[in-house]
Design a binder for this molecule. Structure first.
Ligand code: AMP
Ligand code: MG
Length: 353
């Protein structure tokens, strides 16, 4: 029943937009309402919506969406013609020259692979392919196959040559997978495009990656919801974060998964075990760089509340919320005042308080 098809997985977005903008009556602050433009497209395995306000909103949204499409095409490891695929096809053979975008994101990914002690590992592709979560039917690989794939995952064998702008994977069979980072990077790029068009109020919703640009046109902060990872316990929403110029990114075990013999298998792997990570069921990062927040949400998910939140505190300028397997909510201390917890406690799905 919970084993949905791949397309539907993508609709189970990790972060929810609570309020777009209400249509404003004539009395709104005594000003002429700003023009609004909105566009939705399916890419990067998810539904992307950009909503912007301002005199050039329509052009801004079109160009921002085109920019996201450009990034998605560079980084799609399932498309044999993408840049990332060319790197993977040349693993163990030769370095591949890439665009500035791919190089920049790989550099960031490698830095956080190191800082997270390999909990985030951008060379996770062999595990992604082996498990095929959302692609194969409830497939659990045998231990030997997991071990072979796991042995090919190591960010230290990713060689980035800044001068030549080339990327090289040292061993044949290795592969890059930017599934944990590309949506964030694309959202950052889209935000830049909106800003270049003079947009000062917008929302970019890239399936669990949200950029809340400025404030709502009515002057209030955006209100961004974090999904309850177990909606059957206490409803769809976990918490609300009032947001102004912030990006929120959530990684959850409910986005792509199947259940076999009562065990949930999902798409975020612990590179140490080669199996789905088990320390958290949801991890959200709040920051000002969506690529970084995307990478760190995946890292936090794998590291779990203790080590993960310690890393986030050490990095500074970031807030985080995790949900433990026991469904306890733990957040960084600065967030405690701002986070509006809305999950209905003690709910078994029938009633909350
Ligand atoms: P996210 O939803 O941002 O946490 O990203 C999940 C995606 O990142 C997966 O679908 C994989 O493509 C990739 N991924 C899975 N496990 C890891 C990991 N440990 N490190 C880096 N990327 C991962
Ligand atoms: Mg991520």
């Amino acid at each position: 029943m919970r084993n949905r098809g791949p397309r539907l997985f993508a609709l189970a977005l990790a972060v929810i937009l609570l309020s777009g903008c209400r249509a404003r009556g004539p009395g709104w602050a005594g000003q002429v309402p700003l023009a609004k433009a909105e566009k939705t497209e399916f890419m990067m395995d998810t539904v992307i919506t950009i909503t912007a306000y301002g005199p050039k909103a329509a052009e801004a949204v079109n160009n921002a969406m085109a920019e996201m499409r450009r990034i998605a095409a560079l980084m799609n490891a399932d498309d044999p013609k993408s840049e990332v695929s060319r790197i993977n096809q040349n693993a163990g053979k030769r370095p591949v020259r890439v665009s500035e975008d791919t190089f920049r994101l790989l550099k960031l990914a490698q830095r956080y692979s190191e800082l997270s002690g390999g909990a985030f590992d951008v060379t996770v592709r062999p595990l992604v392919v082996l498990w095929g979560i959302g692609k194969k039917d409830k497939y659990v690989p045998d231990a030997a196959a997991i071990e072979r794939a796991r042995a090919l995952v190591n960010w230290r064998d990713l060689i980035l040559d800044e001068k030549a702008r080339t990327v090289y994977l040292r061993r044949p069979g290795m592969g890059i997978d930017l599934g944990g980072a590309a949506k964030g990077y694309a959202a950052d790029r889209a935000r830049e495009v909106l800003l270049e068009h003079g947009v000062r109020s917008a929302l970019i919703d890239a399936g669990g990656n949200i950029w809340a640009l400025g404030r709502r046109p009515d002057g209030e902060p955006w209100r961004i919801g974090i999904r309850n990872p177990r909606p059957e316990h206490g409803g769809e929403l976990l918490a609300v974060v009032p947001s102004e110029d912030l990006t929120l990114v959530t990684s959850g075990d409910y986005e792509r998964y199947f259940i076999r013999d009562g065990v949930r298998y999902h798409h975020i792997f612990d590179p140490r075990t080669g199996r789905p990570a088990r320390s958290t069921i949801s991890a959200t990062i709040i920051g000002r760089n969506s690529a970084e927040a995307d990478i760190l949400s995946t890292a936090l998910f794998v590291l779990g509340p203790e080590q993960g939140l310690a890393l986030i505190r050490k990095l500074g300028n970031l807030e985080a919320v995790v949900v433990t397997p026991e469904e306890r909510i733990v957040s960084t201390s600065n967030l405690e005042d701002k986070l509006e917890i809305v999950r209905q406690e003690g709910g078994t799905g029938d009633k909350g308080r």
